[in-house]
Write a protein that binds this ligand. Structure first.
Ligand SMILES: C[S@@+](CC[C@H](N)C(=O)[O-])C[C@H]1O[C@@H](n2cnc3c(N)ncnc32)[C@H](O)[C@@H]1O
Length: 212
């Protein structure tokens, strides 16, 4: 667990975060969800890179790349990105956020996007525009995996919560899946884990696809 104050930001807390999550994964099931995402991508055989949005210290991007996929990590935190660069210097890392404004216009269309526990830090009002941008940067058939802490109350589908590092919102899985569907990213499946001693909230790994 991070023993840190609230809302200090990832730049200040990168070292503590790194120590708290030495493999990137907080549970076995997370690792399996990402492995399934990677398997969908290798089966689909689309050309182009996979973008890890909010890649943090880089472990998950590296794990996916070790499965034979080209992965680029993007993150707004210089300190988190520096840890990723130091650990995996052979990979491509970009400074930027979920809006993808820093992804060059002439980049190859993406074969996939993964965003684990990073969209929680995006103001909910910006989410529809972000998904529209993602769709425009993805190849038809590309897969998108997002992971997030859940709201379990459908009548309050988006709820701010006291994340230890930065301002954050949790989403009801149906609400985030609907936002993605409105942008043309259709749900294929979701995996929801229930709260336990080390997870305060249910957590969802949601897999969507750009169908057309
Ligand atoms: C909880 S960490 C998750 C890191 C990594 N995705 C993983 O699964 O281990 C959240 C990451 O999201 C990044 N982040 C914060 N705001 C973001 C934004 N607006 N767009 C993209 N990433 C953001 C943070 O810098 C941090 O590295």
């Amino acid at each position: 667990m991070l023993r840190v104050g609230a809302q200090l930001g990832y730049d200040e807390l990168a070292a503590a975060y790194d120590a708290a999550f030495p493999t990137g994964y907080a549970s076995t099931i997370e690792r399996h969800a990402v492995a399934l995402f990677a398997e969908e991508l290798t089966t689909t055989e689309l050309s182009g890179p996979v973008l890890d949005v909010g890649c943090g210290t880089g472990h998950i991007a590296f794990d996916i790349s070790s499965r034979g996929l080209e992965v680029v990590g993007i993150d707004p935190s210089t300190a988190m990105l520096n840890l990723a660069k130091q650990r995996y210097p052979e990979m491509r890392w970009l400074s930027g956020d979920a809006s993808l404004k820093n992804l060059p216009d002439d980049s190859a269309p993406l074969a996939g996007i993964i965003a684990r526990f990073s969209l929680i830090h995006v103001d909910p009002a910006a989410i529809p525009g972000i998904f529209a941008t993602w769709r425009s940067r993805l190849r038809v058939g590309a897969h998108v995996m997002v992971a997030f802490q859940c709201s379990d109350d459908p009548s309050r589908p988006v709820r701010e919560f006291d994340h230890r590092v930065a301002r954050a919102w949790r989403w009801h899985p149906n609400a985030l899946a609907s936002a993605m569907a409105r942008a043309g990213l259709s749900e294929r499946w979701r995996m929801v884990t229930q709260p336990d001693d080390s997870h305060r909230f249910a957590e969802c790994h949601l897999l969507c696809q750009r169908a057309t």
